[in-house]
Design a protein around this ligand. Sequence first.
Ligand SMILES: [Ca+2]
Length: 157
Amino acid sequence: MSSTNAPNKGADNTYNSASSAIIVDNGTTGYSELSGTFGDSSLFGDSSLFGYNNSSTRYSFTPGAAVKWTPTLAAGTYKVSIYRIVYSTSDNNAQIRGNSVAGLSSPISVDYTTGTSGWYTLGNFTFIAGTSGYVTNSFSGNTGKNLRADAVMFELQ
Ligand SMILES: [Ca+2]
């Protein structure tokens, strides 16, 4: 593994403070797969497809596939980042949306095919206490591409 793939190192080349962050990862409470047919990306046997903290990731090439991360939060404004798994067959037009007190955001297009795997900042979102806020990633459906899903991080500002 190269140093550029070090765990917790974001695309902005800074280390994130995990101690104050709330992270929802695949396979943990708050992560759900909404549709589509998923497989385990670790079956590729390629370390570049591992996610946050070298954890497993999920993928789907099925049109309509989407995943949802629902954190349990205290009320406040959070910097929200999604772990982007960069690979040639990843989705080049992933549709990411955040649901906060402002409602569901317009889709944020994220290209998972260029750059370095790591945390990708979506922006600051204000949430009420509880589990009403969430982030989704909807597959573009583009031929030869795969929705890739790992973790979403919420850092209180
Ligand atoms: Ca993971």
